[in-house]
Design a protein around this ligand. Sequence first.
Ligand code: PLP
Length: 433
Amino acid sequence: MQYNSVCHSRNIILYLNLIIMKPESLMMSYGYKPELSAGAVKSPIFLTSTFAFQSAEEGKAFFEIAYGFRTPEQGEELGFIYSRLNNPKLSILEERLTVWDGAEEAAVLESGMAAISTVLLEFLSPGDLLLTSGPLYGGSYYFINKVLPKFGISVVDFRVGQTKEQLREIVKNSGKADRLSMIYIETPANPTNDLIDIEMGREVAEYFSTGEKQIYVVVDNTYMGPVWQQPLKHGADLVLYSATKYIGGHSDVIAGACLGSGELLARVKKLRTFLGNMASPHTCWLLMRSLETLKARMDIQAANANKVAEFLLNHPNVERVYFPGTLNEADGMQYLIRQKQCLTNGGMISFDVKGGEKEAFQFLNALKLIKLAVSLGSTESLAEHPATMTHVDIESPYKEQLRITEKLVRISIGIENHEDIISDMKQALESVG
Ligand SMILES: *Cc1c(COP(=O)(O)O)cnc(C)c1O
């Protein structure tokens, strides 16, 4: 019983802490009571597959709640049963992760794709219609457009800049407006930094929702979250993360997360139990360690990104920079969404090198400090070529229409000294042509 209460910290003291303290102050302790783990300052890893019940009655009660046969009574918590269902490390991490987004519940899974695919499978049924923004992360694009249709799910998409009236038209023109079940948004979009208005997604969802059917708005917040953008506050029902990126932040772990209301997360966690794609205690340990420095890392990354973008804007071998910080009033809606939704300009910059694939590759091959690798959000700066790497699966000419062209390079800004990042990019840009 002792460890059951280790994780479930929904008690007055922690709630009060949450009200008066900033999330970064809670990342070392929230959801964990040292006195229940021999005084260990850091929560131990429980490498156990199964947990002993104190009585058969207790085991029965745990299963009733885990399988949703009854709702927990006041103060009753889900006891530990088996590590595919829950584990102390997983529960503490999930509790802690809710702080940033102000979510009721979180589920942590073994990859971002595990979080995304589990949510799509849980909330879509054969015959349903899914509306997505474009572009999407390559893996999400593949799952949505190549795997979901095998289960009888139709997909339509919209582009940056389209209005809610246009979104309604897209849904109506599909002929399946009555089967719309989810609006899936990625903002800022990987790799173009296009911004999508989450509130607009909510309005379209409400327009098509009926008394019997609620249409869910799901947002992949990997590019800005959880520190710089909190989609639940703008009308999203569920937030998704590749925790491999900023949350993990050290390029040493693959993980994913989903956050939202207790009601929706109960469904996500139930399917996770049967897909068996929960995060392992070891993954949770790495993520908890990372959460302690999340704000500090992301602050440096955002500050560095602003300086790098400024450098790129003024470089003769750079044709165009895609970065929220370069938006101004002349950019209309994109600028307004930036002001409304994002707390910083983020740490991701894409830009067009003057020329094409040859010049983009010359730049990438000449980098010395910045690693030529996919992934993002880590302490070290990374550079890649979306058209032939992360987004290679997207068909032409759709790919080019999304501005994922041969000259596009994507940079994830790390925590190195900004002068070193800039001088590396400067020498690499000079080698172009
Ligand atoms: C990387 C990424 C994913 C996939 O996450 P994994 O942890 O690699 O499974 C999903 N969405 C976005 C925006 C990403 O950048």
